[in-house]
Design a protein around this ligand. Structure first.
Ligand code: PXG
Length: 296
């Protein structure tokens, strides 16, 4: 992650402040308990990809937490546009965060009178360029994804420890991403990306019942990118054996975009390189976002 420039302007509770002045109280429940939610959004050529979908999801996360941001969807979208404009961020990554706000040292969220809302328009680079060319290696995490009944993965909450501990498993194994199964042993998703497999020319991805975040990039691939190339995507239960036996695998996420997987552990996937359909999907995605990224 590049150092955030001191002159970067952060939108905080309705005002722009310099990075070094943008701070949150030690009594904020976002920090004390991970009580809050967030979105990561990309800007391509000055257009904010799927801005509305991200903010609708953000408000759904907030509603699940019974967190009332005090702004409308339109107001947050406008604040994001202003943050992108003031920072002249034609291409980059936006982080929007709603925290529960300052409170006491007890869990009760309703004793926090006002949420803290902030927007950062910066850059992100998750993986080196070579990985997009050659494919990335991932491992299967030993730790399962939290079951839906414990924490609904549709809530993009500030508590990412389930994923971070799996990410540490990946890093300990010498790779950058881990595939997580659910507690029934079905394939769910990676720590910060959704997964797709291709077998005999057919594209599939875990259904939401597997306990995944319904990624906006995942939806964009299902609804727009794959159909543009004549493919339909099946959402279904997927086993680990199917993943290992796939001809191609790719991951999707706002930060990761679309990236091919070359190996799972020591096993090569297909040819051990980025597959041909995956390459076409990446090309189609790059073309669509760079020419006219849809903001809906
Ligand atoms: N699953 C999970 C668990 C995620 O956190 C995705 C899928 C992809 O969703 P979108 O809507 O972005 O297509 C995410 C999003 C990181 C990082 O550093 C990843 C996310 C968010 C913030 C940082 O890898 N993931």
């Amino acid at each position: 992650m590049p150092q955030v420039a001191a002159q970067t302007k952060i939108w905080m509770d309705g005002e722009f402040v310099d990075t070094n002045k943008a701070s949150i109280s030690v009594f904020d429940h976002g920090l004390l308990y991970g009580d809050g939610c967030f979105e990561g959004i990309r800007v391509y050529n000055g257009r904010i990809l799927k801005l509305h979908s991200h903010i609708v999801r953000m408000f759904e996360s907030a509603a699940s937490l019974r967190l009332e941001p005090g702004y409308t969807i339109d107001e947050i979208e406008e604040a994001i546009r202003e943050t992108v404009a003031i920072n002249d961020r034609q291409d980059g990554y936006i982080r929007v965060v709603f925290t529960r706000g300052k409170g006491s040292l007890g869990l009760n969220p309703f004793l926090c009178p006002k949420p803290s809302i902030f927007i950062i328009a910066e850059k992100i680079k998750l993986y080196p360029d070579e990985m997009y060319e050659d494919g990335m290696s991932i491992v299967v995490a030993k730790r399962p994804r939290l079951p839906i009944e414990c924490l609904d993965p549709q809530i993009k909450s500030l508590n990412y420890l389930n994923n971070i501990l799996a990410k540490i498993e990946a890093i300990d194994a010498g790779v950058l991403e881990a595939l997580m199964l659910n507690t029934d042993g079905e394939v769910a998703e990676c720590t910060g990306d959704n997964i797709f497999i291709i077998k005999d020319g057919k594209i599939s991805t875990p259904y939401t019942e597997a306990g995944i975040l319904k990624g906006i990039t995942r939806q964009f691939v299902i609804n727009t990118i794959a159909p543009a190339l004549g493919y339909t995507v099946e959402e279904r239960s997927i086993s680990l054996d199917e993943v290992k036996d796939a001809d191609e695998i790719f991951l999707t996420g706002t930060a990761a975009e679309i990236i091919g997987v070359s190996h799972i552990g020591h096993d090569a996937i297909g040819s051990g390189k980025v597959g041909s359909i995956t390459k076409k999907l990446i090309q189609e995605f790059q073309q669509q976002v760079s020419t006219d990224a849809p903001e809906d």
